[in-house]
Design a protein around this ligand. Sequence first.
Ligand code: R5P
Length: 324
Amino acid sequence: MNDLKVFTGSANRPLALEVCRNLRMPLAQALVGTFRNGETRIKIEESVRGADVFVVQPTCAAADHHVMELLLMIDSLRRASAARITAVIPYYGYARQEKKTTGREPISAKLVANLITIAGADRAIALDLHAPAIQGFFDIPVDHLTAIPILAELLKQRVRNDLVVVSPDSGGVARANDFRHHVGVPALAIIAKQRPEPDLVEIVEMVGDVAGMTAVIVDDIVATGSTLVEAADLLLERGAARVLAYAVHGELAGNAGQLIEESKIESVVVTDTIPVRPGTRGGKIVTVSVAPLLAEAIRRIHEGSSVSALFRPPQKPGAILERA
Ligand code: R5P
């Protein structure tokens, strides 16, 4: 088999290092910077001729910059004769623009997939895409992994009785249900929400009984934090004893960290697909690593063994990094 090499841009270097630590190999060398005029500068600093290359780069904020770094890294690796290039995108930015919600809007998630493919990626690894159908936006193989079993395992270690799993919107029901099965909880509640405008949340109704129970909200992304906070208020109003939250991607935009700290939610567990934002340390937000899962997927793809076995079974959680 060709040499395995793992590169990263600047989006989440700690995650890439942790992936490499799990693979027991060093991170490959590349210069990732900016020219004085603001353009992104990339230089691959070791030979990749004939290598099986993985580029770990979540396209989180600043999304445009991180997308560009990923594209330029792929382009330089292709021009340097890498045998195969896999884009490892633990968090896929623009995923919530996967359809037009009104006239004269782009489908940004599709455009970014086109760009990654045209740049020269041979395949991609993604984790808990906001809409699973985004896999089909790529005309290359996509291994769509999930961190839900990792999060479910953490909850199981913590509390098992009187739980009700809550989906904070109709689009997340399959995800919450999956989580529920991993934990082995019978009760599921579903909240219907709407967005009168981008980044604003209005709760419409809830189906399910939560009275006297520990309500566990399961979501893919915490962005502004409004969905979690509004959902928690409703759950407590309807008699829930306490509210916990588990989400894969902790985007924590703007003052989301502060909003969560001041909310009635007891704790929010997220993964490290997106680096912990400064200023959100030391409170209710806990981060767990997905590096072991990504490393195992990379190892299997490199060795040509099945990755589908990773899609469903319970995963051993990575280390709890620290209270975020
Ligand atoms: C929305 O459809 C997603 O599943 C999340 O609920 C949403 O991205 C959370 O956003 P925010 O934290 O801004 O309410």
